[in-house]
Write a protein of this length. Structure first.
Length: 581
């Protein structure tokens, strides 16, 4: 059996064993208890989805004790391994993952298992923030200024969204708090963030600096959005920080907040163009109808939100009619699917026979740096991001990341793992910040239990493939730096595209090794499906508040931007209903 197959089998055994621990609900003590619901019950607001956006909204809307809020979550409490940052590779392909897969396009990602992209999405309180990789990035000012331009609404410009990016944050990092970056971050929000500075990163940062890149303390600002850094992480107090831990934890004792777990919304109830409630299915197979006196707010993520809207008759008319679904609103729901396309490159570094460090599950598992690079030196915003992970020799953790997170084939992962024999390795995830390619989500049937059809559209715009090839080639210059030369560093040869060279090689590599960054967005975007206050066009009392509302991607990991959107939405909603806040 190959090393990759063995590692995957071992992880599946561990995942199975942990199901016994899950029954103890060891993370439930800090979050509101599961709330029973009954058919016909009514609330002021119904929020669908207990991820980042839903957690923010549940907290902000229930702050007024006279307002009743129902939060629906299809999953349950996050498992213990979700709170332990070092165990994140265990989370995909479990009951805490919706386990979405893309439709195989037979063009990209053919070195992924089954030629499909495993589109991990959290199915638990905390949502995808409870199983993502904990990098906190505000995004580049240019991102939000582009939103403002696209939407013709300056309220979405960087200067106007930055206060909401700050509002969610509780920066605990002493170095940044005592720096010029302090004013760009919040210190009294519900989401704790800090850096994880490690000495092993220093020689790599020096190599990046030798290539002409700035080495900065923080890239989440207009001060220095380009350069390399040791990033902010959602890891403080030895646990993963999520919206559920922070926002729902702070609302734990509120009697006007009902959190209903293992309850899936299957249809939005609409009467005369007004959203009046939700039809749900419980884990016991019981169907109920629940009513909203004020609004229904969909925060189920960029895959499940468009799915729910289409099941409710809100979507492309031709598609819905082909499935026998009565059309309530003809809108381009499910279109404009975006993701940050990625490709992994591994570099074999210095010989290393040091004793392997003990695994500390309370910290991010390996030293990490991130970089944001513009290929045109005159451009003030990045073309690509790299996430660089330093693994020790004989790194089983690298194998776990390769097989169960990125889901590369056993052949690819075996070759990566072989490079760790007696050598340190640098695991580089390169991804584009502003892809032009677009995919689409469609319903497979009118059955709510059916998985949607997800067409990623990766590299359907040739400009993206060209830019990715140039980005990969640009980073590969690191082999020419003093440190990399001194240790005899080399790029791991996977035996693919070996008859090509230069940009032709990197274009081939980008296609063969293309994968996801799990940053899905845009499928109910403002400007096409929603107005700029996140209301579904043509309907009343219905909003979508999550990454699906984004008109374009943001430069970096998207969780902070999702939190910002939800913070803004809470103000929109409270203002609409003249609720003090």
């Amino acid at each position: 059996m190959s090393a990759a197959a063995s590692a995957l089998g071992t992880m599946q055994t561990v995942q199975t064993a942990l199901t016994v621990v899950h029954t103890l609900a060891l993370t439930a003590w800090r979050i509101p208890s599961d709330c029973p619901i009954s058919n016909g019950s009514s609330y002021d607001f119904i929020v669908i989805g207990g991820g980042t956006a839903g957690s923010v909204l549940a907290n902000r809307l229930s702050a007024d004790e006279n307002i009743n809020v129902l939060l629906l979550e299809a999953g349950g409490y996050a498992p213990l391994e979700s709170e332990l940052p070092g165990l994140f590779p265990l989370l995909p392909s479990t009951a805490y993952d919706f386990n979405f897969t893309s439709v195989n396009d037979h063009y990209t990602g053919q070195n992924l298992q089954n030629g499909q992209v495993e589109l991990t999405q959290g199915k638990m309180l905390g949502g995808s923030a409870a199983n993502h990789h904990m990098i906190h990035v505000q995004g580049d000012p240019h991102d939000y200024d582009q939103w403002a331009k696209i939407l013709d609404d300056d309220t979405w410009s960087y200067k106007n969204v930055q206060p909401y990016l700050r509002r969610q944050e509780n920066l605990t990092d002493p170095g940044l708090l005592d720096s010029e970056y302090a004013d760009l971050h919040g210190t009294d929000g519900y989401l704790k963030i800090a850096r994880d500075e490690q000495s092993a990163n220093i020689k790599y940062l020096e190599a990046y600096e030798e290539l002409g890149h700035n080495i900065v303390e923080d890239t989440s600002s207009e001060i220095s959005s380009l350069g390399f850094t040791q990033p902010l992480l959602n890891v403080v107090d030895g646990i993963r920080q999520t919206g559920a831990v922070g926002y729902l934890g702070a609302a734990q004792t509120r009697k006007n907040l009902c959190v209903a777990l293992s309850t899936t919304a299957t249809k939005i109830l609409i009467k005369d163009g007004v959203a009046v409630g939700v039809q749900v299915l419980t884990s016991y197979g019981k169907t109920s109808k629940l009513y909203a006196k004020k609004e229904v707010i969909v925060s189920a993520g960029a895959i499940n939100s468009p799915k729910l809207l289409m099941l409710s008759g809100i979507g492309p008319k031709t598609h819905l009619e082909s499935l026998g679904i009565e059309v309530v609103a003809d809108l381009p729901v499910g279109q404009n699917f975006m993701d940050h396309p990625s490709a992994v490159v591994v570099y074999q570094m210095e010989a290393n026979s040091d004793p392997l460090p003990a695994v500390n599950p309370h910290v991010f598992p390996v030293p990490i740096t991130t970089g944001y690079v513009a290929l045109d030196p005159k451009q003030p915003y990045p073309d690509y991001q790299v996430i660089n992970l330093v693994f020790p020799h004989d790194a089983a953790a690298l194998l776990q990341l390769c097989t169960n997170v990125f889901k590369y084939t056993h052949e690819v992962c075996d070759k990566f793992f072989a490079a760790t024999s007696g050598r340190s390795t640098l695991f580089v995830v390169n991804n584009l910040m502003m892809p032009k390619s677009r995919g689409e989500i469609k319903l497979a049937s009118a059955d709510p239990s059916a998985q949607p059809l997800i067409y990623t559209g990766t590299y359907t715009n040739k400009d993206d493939l060209d830019l990715m090839a140039r980005s990969l080639e640009d980073f590969d210059r690191v082999l020419n730096t003093t440190y990399f030369k001194s240790v005899g560093a080399s790029r791991v040869d996977l035996g693919i595209c070996s008859d090509l060279s230069g940009l032709e090689f990197w274009e081939c590599y980008a296609l063969e090794m293309s994968a996801t960054m799990w940053h899905y967005a845009g499928t109910c975007s403002m400007g096409s499906v929603l107005d700029t206050r996140l209301r579904v066009k043509g309907l009343q009392n219905l909003r979508v508040v999550d990454s699906s509302a984004m008109p374009t991607e943001v430069s970096g990991n998207i969780n902070a931007a999702v939190g910002m959107i939800a913070e803004r939405a809470s103000d929109f909603i409270l203002d609409t209903w003249n609720i003090l806040h």
